[in-house]
Structures are given as C-alpha cells and as structure tokens.
Ligand binder design. Sequence first.
Ligand SMILES: N[C@@H](CCC(=O)N[C@@H](CS)C(=O)NCC(=O)O)C(=O)O
Length: 206
Amino acid sequence: MVPLAPNPVKVMLYMAEREAMGVSFGIEHIVINTHKGLHKTPEHLARNPFGALPVLELADGVYIRESRAIIDYLEDAFADKPLFSKDLTQRAQQRDMERICDVRLAEYLGVWVHVYNSPIGLPPDPERAEALHERMLPAFTFLNDVLADGRDFVCGDAPSPADCTLQAFLNFMRFTGENLIAPYPHLTRWDDSYRSRPVIAAIIQP
Ligand SMILES: N[C@@H](CCC(=O)N[C@@H](CS)C(=O)NCC(=O)O)C(=O)O
C-alpha cells in the first residue's frame, strides 16, 4: 500500500473504521513507494501485472488486486461487526452509494489530480482537467443534495465504505492545492467532520 494514493487510502480508511469497532485483522502493511516506481518492479508485477495498488495477499498466496474486492473480502473474512449493514435494503443503498462515489466521481478525480497539478510531477493538461471537472459536477451536486439533511455520513448515521471511497479521493484532491468542493456547503461540512474524526485523521493528511 502507499499512504498517499487514493485506492490504497480507501482500503486503509475502511480497515481503520473496522479496527475502531474492535475488529483485529492481523494484516501486515507493506508500503510500495510509487514515487520511486517500486510498483513497476518485477516483484510487484508478480503480485499485480497491472502494476497498481493496493494488493491484498491471502494466506494461501492468492492476490486480490482491486480495492473494492479487498474490502468485500475483508467484510466476508472478518464478518463480525461489518461496515456494510446487515439489513438488505440498507446494504444495497450503501453499495449503490459507494459505486456512485467511485464510478461517477473517483474515476475522474483520480485523473484530474494528475492533469491539474500532479503530486508526482506529471505534466499539466488544463483542457483535460476542465473536461474531467465537468464530468464530476453531477456527482458533486448529487452528494451535496444527499448530505443536505445534515447526516453525519454518506449513508446516514453510521460510516460505510462509501465514506471511505469519497474521503480517499477528496484527500487526494487536496494534494493539488485546489478545492473543487468549495461551492458545495453540505459536502464540505461532511468532508470537514469526517476527516477530523480521530480514526480517520490518523491516516490522512490534516
Ligand atoms: N481499480 C483499481 C485501481 C488501482 C489503481 O489505479 N491504483 C493506483 C493508485 S491509487 C495505482 O497504483 N496507479 C499506478 C499505476 O496504475 O501505474 C482499484 O480500485 O484498486
């Protein structure tokens, strides 16, 4: 994992949420420094041929290479005190919201960071940044509307993986020095309050 990249951070936030609930994973964290290109070494490509992070290695040597699949595995393997609700409808809503955060926001935001002001020094592309920003506007508006009722978390009064996905990518956005959510007061309130919780503040940048 790497403490800055959003997909590893998403899993780290998820694990922190569960650990705060008393779950003990006993999983060793290994940091792969992407600045130094260590995610493209033969050693890491053997774990994940796409050269991406995070990766979870299971006890039998199987690798899980997608952040959401890692979260789902940890939900199933450590089933006591899950982060997804046991209520069928609520669980479906939480999954729905997590996918919306990922597919309608995170996928664009992750690229936007690198073309706007890349923390690893990739060349800026203002035109592409603007086009990606436009793609994110419906998700920003949707999330701002959802949070307008003053709820503490994306899906109501308890944290869910949707909060982890959303926060991991907003945290990544902050490395650019730009704040795309400034026009969205309810989203901003959620962002401030979610990341100031000690369990989360211990992982992400202040
Ligand atoms: N869909 C994958 C995306 C993984 C991904 O793109 N991770 C980034 C870090 S946030 C990465 O390793 N990028 C380096 C690369 O792909 O070369 C997931 O959800 O885990």
